[in-house]
Design a protein around this ligand. Structure first.
Ligand SMILES: [Zn+2]
Ligand SMILES: [Zn+2]
Length: 87
């Protein structure tokens, strides 16, 4: 039963893997890294410096943090920066 529970958990987490060794079942959950700012579960100092608080994962793939959700959207609108003269 424990093994199928581990399988179920691993299946619900994208990228997670189940490893069994010597009767011990381990669920390997990928660390996750923000594709925008590059922060990880263990190093979120850049987000804290920028926003004043730690981020969490904005999507279940763990490749975009909440600190970068609005940032990315702003970036996508482009023209704003040029209109302001590059600030
Ligand atoms: Zn980020
Ligand atoms: Zn972060």
């Amino acid at each position: 039963m424990a093994e199928s529970l581990a399988e179920a958990i691993a299946t619900s987490i994208p990228g997670a893997k189940v490893r069994r060794r010597a009767g011990v079942t381990t669920i390997l959950i990928p660390g996750g890294k923000c594709r925008v700012c590059g922060c990880t579960d263990s190093d979120c100092r850049k987000c804290i410096a920028r926003t004043g608080h730690a981020c969490s994962w904005a999507d279940e793939k763990r490749d975009l943090c909440t600190a970068c959700v609005g940032r990315k959207a702003r970036h996508h609108k482009g023209g704003l920066r040029a209109a302001r003269g590059g600030a």
